[in-house]
Design a protein around this ligand. Structure first.
Ligand SMILES: [Zn+2]
Length: 248
């Protein structure tokens, strides 16, 4: 399960995008909005996992963590979740305080609903901007309605959650909190005699950003659940239905 929120500072992203855009143009028959099957039991299975477990599973599919003890991943997920939630404005803000001054320019785009490159929002550091994929946001809102998840994600909360998520990335990128998250996780990468070198836990910032968005928006569940459901909806819709043929 991967996050749909990407930090575009990762190397090679631009090249990958250019290649995929070309592929997308050749695949002409893909519907712009995937069909939603609310009876698909996978949604119930995902919702039955608590936010910590969803976080632990996200870490487990992160390449550097594939050999790690599930109990450790759960502990890291819990720590990152608490760290992100504690940075959010208090419940009094009621989600309205989310677009904080820390956010750079917001650019709206479409083209997020590609099963190979599903995107809801991303933060780019050069130039400093947050890209919001409005087609994915609209689809996520439709998914929430169809699945009966409005009590967790009120109408309009997906966009606010996406902005809050990127806001935390922005804060972690520029301030001392990145080091604070690392310290809270307590992962020792290297020990030389009495000297302990704190290690980076890949994916922990994602969990923190989702928890921040949940707390800032007063959501019932972490947006991590919604991103997992979205990824499932889009990949399930991209698979050819049984008994039908699809022309290439
Ligand atoms: Zn993110």
């Amino acid at each position: 399960m991967n996050s749909l929120f990407r930090d575009a500072t990762s190397p090679g992203d631009g090249d990958r995008r250019r290649g995929r855009d070309g592929d997308r143009n050749r695949r002409a028959a893909r519907p712009s909005r995937p069909r939603i099957d609310p009876g698909d039991p996978e949604y119930g299975r995902l919702a039955a996992l608590d936010d910590t477990e969803l976080g632990a599973r996200m870490l487990a599919v992160t390449p550097t963590h594939d050999h790690r003890d599930p109990a450790l991943l759960r502990r890291w997920a819990e720590t990152a979740d608490r760290f992100g939630a504690e940075l959010a404005p208090g419940p009094a803000a009621g989600g309205r305080a989310v677009p904080a001054p820390a956010l750079p320019r917001v650019v709206e785009r479409t083209g997020g609903l590609d099963p190979d490159r599903l995107l809801l929002a991303r933060y780019t550091s050069r130039p400093a901007a947050v890209e919001l994929y409005t087609d994915t946001i609209a689809f996520a809102e439709a998914l929430v309605s169809r699945l009966g998840w409005r009590h967790w994600y009120p109408r309009g909360s997906v966009r606010r959650a996406a902005l809050a998520h990127e806001e935390l990335h922005c804060r972690l990128h520029h301030g001392p909190r990145k080091a604070a998250l690392k310290a809270a996780l307590g992962h020792t990468a290297l020990r030389i005699g009495p000297v302990r070198v704190a290690g980076h836990v890949a994916g922990a910032d994602e969990i923190a950003a989702h928890a921040y968005a949940r707390a800032a928006g007063g959501l019932g569940r972490s947006p991590l659940l919604l991103t997992a459901a979205l990824a499932h909806a889009v990949t399930a819709a991209a698979r050819p239905a049984t008994g039908t043929t699809r022309e290439n």
